[in-house]
Design a protein around this ligand. Structure first.
Ligand SMILES: Nc1nc2c(c(=O)[nH]1)N[C@H]1C(S)=C(S)[C@@H](COP(=O)(O)O)O[C@H]1N2
Ligand SMILES: [Mo]
Length: 323
């Protein structure tokens, strides 16, 4: 049974993945503008899309793109963790589309020379959207391969001129009861918060995503702006960001705050460090069309397979202590 069937969503409501693949080049230009991206006429007037290039050896080496089988659009957008819209996997996609993603403002402050409150458009102005095809490994033991659109977080952060006191970066999700029905329940100590050490935030793999499959991010995937940190467990990739702050001390992060013996601040994917209640040695990869909710397990890799790119960030650190 596919996820779609499991979640009981009529396939007529979901455009075939192949269609999205063809459309993604066309829509890439609009992915940063939700209004345009969703409008049929903007699409019709756009010039023909450039041909999708397969990942180059350089892109594969940098970790920017994997050529592994991608998770279908239907699965990426219907099997979600976004507790602001409910704690079941199907809740976020089934929820009414109540999140107002435009206008969207992000406050950037703390230890930097140029703090500011910017519209999403101004925040990423002049930065060309890049496609990154990353593995996403959830701490629960499932994984996906997702083609994101976004800009390197480093390129955005540099504009605010962080000072030498900026040792960490803290992120906050919107928490508005009127737009997010899950806020009524104290599943998380709202707002959802996450954080990275400054060198992790500045790493070229760390992405601020605005889209996936060449389309603007759907509400359930963290519209209109979310973090993607591919070598860490999925919960570090915070959704629907409204504030970014440069801080001197390790910031509070939601899952660590909820259960610190189970969820560390670093949360680097690591098959050698089990979750207290389950093994992290393997994962079920939800990929391809007709993928199974309980796919065969594959081995989980240290740093989710991005060790070549990121292991130097943790040189000399005991990854068991700093899980
Ligand atoms: N604000 C917020 N961000 C969040 C979450 C959440 O509940 N709230 N869930 C996290 C978890 S546990 C995972 S695995 C990923 C899932 O991202 P996806 O639904 O786009 O695949 O989002 C992360 N970001
Ligand atoms: Mo997760």
């Amino acid at each position: 049974m596919s996820l779609r069937e499991a979640l009981n969503i009529p396939s007529s409501q979901i455009t075939d993945e192949a269609v999205y693949r063809d459309r993604r080049r066309l829509l890439a230009a609009f992915a940063l503008s939700p209004a345009l991206g969703l409008s049929g006429c903007a699409e019709a007037e756009a010039p023909p899309p450039p041909k999708a290039a397969p990942p180059s050896p350089e892109q594969i080496k940098a970790g920017f793109r994997t050529d592994e089988v991608q998770t279908s659009y239907a699965d990426v957008t219907s099997y979600n963790n976004f507790y602001e819209f409910g704690t079941n996997k199907g809740d976020p996609s089934a929820a009414d589309k109540t999140l107002r993603t435009s206008p969207w403002t992000v406050a950037v402050g703390g230890a930097c020379a140029k703090p500011g409150k910017l519209s999403l458009e101004d925040l990423i102005k002049g930065l060309a959207p890049q496609e990154r095809v990353y593995r996403l490994r959830c701490v629960e033991g499932w994984s996906m391969v997702i083609p994101w659109l976004g800009v390197p977080l480093a390129d955005v952060l540099k504009r605010f001129e962080p000072t030498s006191k900026a040792k960490y970066v803290a992120f906050t999700t919107l928490a508005d009861r009127k737009q997010m029905p899950g806020i009524a329940y104290p599943s998380i100590n709202w707002p959802y918060r996450e954080g990275l050490r400054i060198d992790e935030a500045m790493h070229p793999l760390t992405l601020l995503a605005t889209g996936l499959y060449g389309k603007p991010l759907p509400q359930q995937n963290g519209a209109p702006l979310r973090l993607v940190v591919p070598w860490k467990y999925g919960f570090k990739s915070i959704k629907s960001i409204i504030a970014i702050s440069f801080v001197e001390h390790r910031p509070l992060t939601s899952w660590n705050d909820l259960q610190s013996n189970e969820y560390g601040f670093f949360s680097n994917v690591n098959p050698a460090v089990d979750h207290p209640r389950w093994s992290q040695k393997t994962e079920r990869r939800i990929a391809g069309t007709g993928s199974k909710l309980f796919a065969d397990r594959i081995p989980t890799r240290l740093f989710n397979g991005y060790g070549e790119q990121v292991s130097s960030l943790y040189a000399g650190m005991n990854l068991r202590t700093w899980f």
